[in-house]
Design a protein around this ligand. Structure first.
Ligand code: DNO
Length: 392
């Protein structure tokens, strides 16, 4: 397991010199400044790679998270030939610089979505939270999305009405800002009118339509990735359920089986995000890791505690609903099999995903979910689990 750490590049308030002190050695990053759909120039990749390598502690650029897939590709509309060619060129440039694990997602319009960035913890500090009630309130009473009522059961609609009635202008603004905070790569934010505009072209777009555009993307990109020795790894939906009428198709074990079979190549793999998958009531994350082990190229390790109405809150890494020690043990077994098979990709990079805001994290203004101390706690706990399992 390669201990890794997400760094948002020069704009990140956490410096490489701080990351070096966590003990992690792999850097997970992206050229966030390049607009979606444009080529990542080799020189820019080389410069970022050199910047990472120049930091103390022997850091290296281990994983790209993400090489974003343009919305037009997801929707199957527009100048797709150019977009596919650009994506392949970016992969070629990354491979030329020796960066070969590439994460991406296929969630239309939104990336990860929460309703609260600072849910208080009993001992102090705060966590990210997704409230099904607040999400329903947003869709029904702020976005006023047509058809939203059909997506929520009566009890949730009533709770949402009660929430909005007391939220006030401040509560509404906080909710909008929070929902928008999940676009870490793009740094794009919409207001309600802008969001309606962004959603409009997706009206009537079904899960099958999205599956078809994903299959096309894989057909266009995976052969090139294979030639380059690139291992693509799709990130699951977060949360693993449709939002705002948009389909999501990487939420369950069946979804993963479909997409891996759609291009049966090691170049077409999975980012095992235990927090995203773990928020779905039907998902057994440990079983998913076991089933798709050989195609896992990257792991995001974190935990969530689910609630009966579909809400969830991010738990400490070893708490929450997923048995983290069992999950890590599956990944270690997978690595052992790879070593026996002589696979070059024997070690799986993982990063402590998200973290509580703790101690000096508070007020530092780091990316939501990506504080220094909270993630360091997660990394240290995971490191302990790994060491314990290896010694057993
Ligand atoms: C959230 C992240 C996601 C992830 C993208 C990958 O914390 O895990 O934003 O980077 O979905 O494309």
């Amino acid at each position: 397991m390669i201990e890794s750490w997400r760094w948002f590049g020069p704009l990140d308030r956490i410096a490489l010199t701080e990351i070096a002190q966590t003990g992690a050695r792999g850097i997970v990053t992206a050229l966030h400044e390049i607009p979606y759909g444009e080529v990542w120039p080799r020189e820019a990749i080389a410069a970022r790679r050199a910047q990472i390598a120049a930091a103390p502690g022997g850091l290296h650029w281990a994983v790209v998270e993400s090489l974003p897939v343009h919305e037009d590709i997801k929707r199957g509309a527009g100048d797709l030939a150019r977009l596919f060619a650009n994506y392949r060129q970016s992969l070629a440039n990354l491979a030329a610089e020796g960066v070969r694990i590439v994460c991406y997602n296929f969630m239309p319009v939104l990336d990860w979505t929460r309703t609260r960035l600072d849910a208080p913890l009993p001992g102090g500090g705060s966590a990210l939270r997704f409230s099904a009630v607040e999400m329903a309130a947003f869709e029904l009473f702020m976005l006023e999305r047509e058809g939203a009522a059909e997506d929520y059961p009566p009890a949730l609609r009533e709770a949402a009405k009660a929430w909005i009635d007391t939220a006030g202008a401040e509560g509404r603004t906080r909710l909008l800002d929070t929902i928008m905070a999940g676009l870490p790569g793009a740094f794009a934010r919409y207001d309600v009118a802008g969001l309606r505009e962004a959603l409009r072209p997706w009206q009537g777009f079904t899960a099958d339509d999205l599956r078809a555009t994903l299959v096309r993307f894989l057909a266009e990109i995976v052969p090139a990735a294979e030639d380059l020795g690139i291992r693509l790894c799709i990130h699951p939906d977060d949360p693993p359920r449709p939002l705002m009428g948009l389909p999501r198709i990487v939420s369950t074990a069946d979804d993963i089986a479909f997409l891996l079979a759609a291009a049966d190549s090691p170049a077409n793999g999975l980012t095992l995000c235990s927090g995203s998958l773990g928020a779905h009531p039907d998902n057994d994350v440990v079983a998913i890791a076991r089933r798709f082990g050989p195609r896992i190229h990257f792991a995001h390790l974190r935990n969530v505690k689910k609630e009966a109405d579909g809400s969830f809150q991010e738990a400490a890494h070893l708490e929450g609903d997923t048995d983290m020690a069992a999950l890590v043990s599956v990944l270690l077994e997978e690595e052992k099999r790879r070593a026996e098979a002589g696979r070059a990709d024997r070690e799986i990079p993982f990063r402590p995903d998200h973290g509580h805001e703790l101690l000096s994290d508070i007020g530092r203004g780091t990316h939501p979910g990506y504080p220094l101390i909270g993630r360091l706690r997660g990394l240290a706990e995971l490191r302990g689990v790994i060491a314990g399992l290896r010694a057993a």
